[in-house]
Design a protein around this ligand. Structure first.
Ligand code: THU
Length: 128
């Protein structure tokens, strides 16, 4: 699957964002090595702490259905307009649990045409 299509899946997932507290709406689309895609959105909570990021929603959906091998994740986020949205430290650590630092690609996008690609190693150097 090309990155454009993966970004479009992330944009669609963002529509389901439950973010009444921050109003910052995030969508993610996780590409598995077998070609399947799991999407996620951020899900906030009135107690704040239980909030789950879009990236972890996608990962936990995938892992809970037996997937363990991942190729890339596309991430889109912002309030009204999309901004460059990079994964938080907790989500980077979750990626590190399942993904190869050199090979796994993190695609941060503002649209299907405007995106930046990082390896996990770049965003989480010297990972645990
Ligand atoms: N958030 C994500 O879902 N992913 C990110 O990469 C950054 C932050 C969410 C968490 C919270 O619901 C809102 O964005 C504001 O931090």
């Amino acid at each position: 699957m090309d990155f454009r299509k993966l970004i479009e899946r992330a944009l669609a997932a963002r529509e389901y964002s439950y973010s009444p507290y921050s109003h910052f709406r995030v969508g993610a689309a996780l590409l598995c090595q077998d070609g399947s895609v799991y999407t996620g959105c951020n899900i906030e909570n009135r107690a704040y702490g239980p909030t789950n990021c879009a990236e972890r929603t996608a990962f936990f959906k995938a892992v809970s259905e037996g997937k363990r091998e991942f190729a890339a994740i596309a991430i889109v986020g912002g309030e009204d307009e999309l901004v460059w949205c990079y994964p938080c430290g907790v989500c980077r650590q979750v990626m590190a649990e399942f993904c190869n630092g050199e090979e796994f690609k993190i695609i941060c996008a503002k649209s299907a045409d405007e995106y930046r690609i990082f390896s996990l190693n770049e965003l989480l150097p010297e990972m645990f």
